[in-house]
Design a protein around this ligand. Structure first.
Ligand code: ZN
Length: 445
């Protein structure tokens, strides 16, 4: 055993512990220091994974998909390395391996499930070659990053070429992900939803993949699921949605989510059409790797979503649902999830414009807020640094809202005098503070 490797691993652990004591997360710092002490650390540890390494990429749904896959593998009796906290750039990935290593410097793991930020794939893949890449979808993140989809696709394409034997699992309903898979030489498999689920199609929604990536012609759609996801084809060059290998059918969203895939009936206790994709991706990845899916529903039942992914709190008799909505596609999906609950409710929307949120909030105009008219909302409160912009956005579609600059006061007021059913939608930098406020309130009850 190389002594520098041991020092790198011990240092990473020490940093993590020191940061925890002082209340900081410290995950990326641990990885950064370990990598600088011993640059081959990631390569060597990743090579010690006994079976397969999965990486999960894509704009939305990465963390849920990756953590659910990891939970599923653990439930099958495996030891798994996973970057649960969502630290998904190079240092975060290094950290996941370093912090899983034993004090003797070796890794004891059957599988690795690693979520990687799309742009970081080209920095991570020189260190190890994954067996599988799950690509959830490619959406535009915020308006001020417009045009970055092409850059992201080029980076992913380069990453795929770095690991030519890596098998891809892509969302067939997303023409961008599918094109990437078809355009590269890696073997690929697809998942998707072939039945039309939503009858009312909103034609105003901005859709990313409107033009064929292969020939540039305008794409035709038999139907949309949401955003650019749906059954598409190019009338000019013949590029079209492939028939998915893992195809969800008999979808029922009346009580949580239920659907069939292959010979399995899947039942999950969460809302949100997008979660069907996350579950399908996990089911597909596990099946591709030859892992039996018998106990799949049990794992779904036990799964605790991450911060702000359908996170539930109970405070003085009020059910509070916290959800992260950081871009138009994610926001539209969250509105859809709110709409499937027909009982009276209060809604709080928090919009910040810090650099991680995107400083330009004009993306709010791409979200279909007019649908909230039919949400049976007895009140809508807007808050956050750009609460006033949010209020204006709602006013534009004739929806009245109250402005309360203090999120804590907004929540307290609805718990005291509300419908006992509260939805809180926040964008990125509001997530942790709102989560902590709700956690504190729940503890006090
Ligand atoms: Zn075409």
């Amino acid at each position: 055993m190389n002594i520098r490797r041991l020092i790198a691993i011990w240092s990473g652990r020490l940093i993590k512990t020191a940061c925890q004591i002082t209340g900081k997360q410290g995950v990326t710092l641990a990885g950064k220091v370990a990598l600088s002490i011993y640059p081959p650390i990631l390569k060597e540890l990743a090579a010690e994974v006994r079976k397969d390494t999965f990486i999960v990429c894509g704009t939305n749904g990465k963390t849920t998909t990756n953590n659910l896959l990891s939970d599923f593998l653990v439930s099958n009796g495996n030891k798994v390395v996973c970057n649960h906290t969502g630290s998904n750039m190079l240092n975060g990935v290094v950290s996941a391996f370093v912090l899983s290593a034993r004090l003797n410097g070796h890794l004891d793991a059957d599988y690795a499930c690693i979520e990687i930020d799309e742009a970081s794939t080209v920095r991570v893949l020189p260190h190890f070659k994954p067996d599988y890449m799950v690509l959830t979808n490619l959406f535009r993140d915020q308006l001020d990053r417009y045009g970055e989809i092409d850059i992201t696709m080029n980076l992913l394409s380069r990453a795929m070429k770095m690991a030519p034997n890596m098998k891809l699992l892509v969302n067939a309903d997303d023409s961008l992900s599918t094109y990437l898979a078809m355009d590269n030489k890696n073997p690929y498999t697809t998942y998707g939803i072939s039945e039309q689920v939503f009858k009312d199609q909103n034609s105003k929604e901005i859709r990313e993949g409107r033009f064929c990536k292969r020939c540039g012609h305008k794409m035709e759609y038999k139907f949309y699921h949401y955003s650019q996801l749906g059954d598409y084809y190019c009338p000019k060059c013949g590029f079209k949605r492939p028939k998915p290998e893992f195809d969800a059918s008999h979808i029922d969203m009346s009580d949580g989510l239920a659907f069939d895939v292959k010979a399995s009936h899947i039942k999950a206790n969460y809302r949100g059409f997008y979660n069907i994709y996350n579950i399908l991706a996990v089911f597909g990845a596990a099946s591709m790797a030859g892992i039996p899916t018998k106990n799949f529903n049990k794992v779904l039942g036990d799964y605790t979503p991450q911060f702000g992914r359908n996170e539930q709190f109970f405070i003085n008799g009020t059910k509070v649902m916290l959800n992260l909505a950081k871009n138009p596609a994610g926001f539209n999906q969250n509105i859809g999830a709110v709409m499937t609950d027909t009982s009276p409710k209060d809604i709080i929307i928090l919009i910040n414009d810090n650099s991680q949120d995107g400083t330009d909030v004009s993306w709010l105009w791409d979200v279909d807020f007019d649908r909230l008219k039919d949400a049976n909302a007895s009140s809508i409160t807007v808050t956050g640094i750009r609460g006033a912009d949010m209020r204006l956005r709602l006013k534009y579609v004739d929806i009245a809202s109250d402005l309360e600059n203090d999120i804590e006061k907004a929540i307290e007021s609805k718990i005291k005098n509300g419908t006992k059913n509260l939805y809180v939608l926040v964008n990125y930098t509001g997530l942790y503070s709102t989560h902590n406020i709700l956690k504190k309130m729940e503890g006090k009850k």
